[in-house]
Design a protein around this ligand. Sequence first.
Ligand SMILES: [Zn+2]
Length: 369
Amino acid sequence: MSLSIAERLKQLRETYPPVAPATAQRLAEAGAWLVDIREADEIAQGTPVGAHPMGRGFLEMRLEQAGAAAEDTVLLLCASGSRSLLAADQLHQLGYHDVRSVAGGFDGWKDAGLAFETPAMLDADDRARYARQLTLPEIGEAGQTRLRDAKVLLIGAGGLGSPAAMYLAAAGVGRITIVDHDTVDRSNLHRQIIHREATIGQSKARSAMATLAALNPSVEVVPVESRVSEDNAADLVSGQDLVVDGSDNFTARYAINDACVAQRVALVYGAVERFSGQVAVFPAGGQPCYRCLFAEAPPAGSAPTCAEAGVIGAVPGLVGTLQALEAIKLLVGMPETLTARLLTLDAARQRWRTLTLNANPGCPVCAGA
Ligand SMILES: [Zn+2]
């Protein structure tokens, strides 16, 4: 015969004696995982300071992704201490040895006079807009909040920058600074899909801003109508969480790389030539960097421009989209990115490969950085 919920909870209370909120706080300060398993709308009303808001639905996956080990102490908190007992039992069966429920839940926490905070959660519009990506355990409310709080510098509003900017804005990256000195030309439109017939002759940075504002008005777009060089790269990178490089020249790439290494900011690199493309992530403050991969610029004129070589828009479209994807993965904290790897694609034959990138111990920029 099956037990009623009340009987089951009584049993679980005996198996997993709940800990008092003050004890839970002490354990959390000593390194235990204090996990708030309530729904997002409940957490929006307040959550213990230092708690990990994970919800119940994807608790097991989120706990594992966050790095909790089987031998760690896990303290589960719900509203009143019932749901946390049921969840404790499930985690215990999954192999977590020391799982406990916080007695009285968040009500008990508040009654004990312990510190709580009201997190900056998503509003109803955000929940509707990002519903399909919020469902992914890799994103969720926490990841979406990270995207909203993120500042990304995008170099170039061209063939790579167009799709990158649109996917970053659509995904809800909070602030996107777009640097481009050029103006929109009719010959750009077959690949630089952020621009419109109506913006021919206008600044690319401003044309891109208009498209992004129409796509997602909650994103702040900062247009910078400048050519990237050694003189302004450090200022551009300053204060950014991540840089996506969609530039088409070595001067800009080296200047941005050097500023990213100096300021410990991750760099998502991309390039195309005819049907070939490359994407890589150079880690924040680490090695390798872009100069480890390309120590010196090729002689002037040996690397053809799109105007000289020709290009189909879908090829930079692929590469720019991959750059946006890697940027989003980095921002939400997904573990497997193209960090220190180079993805090369031959779109004419559809051959994709990834190579491991090694730091150059003699690199003039990142060695010893
Ligand atoms: Zn280097």
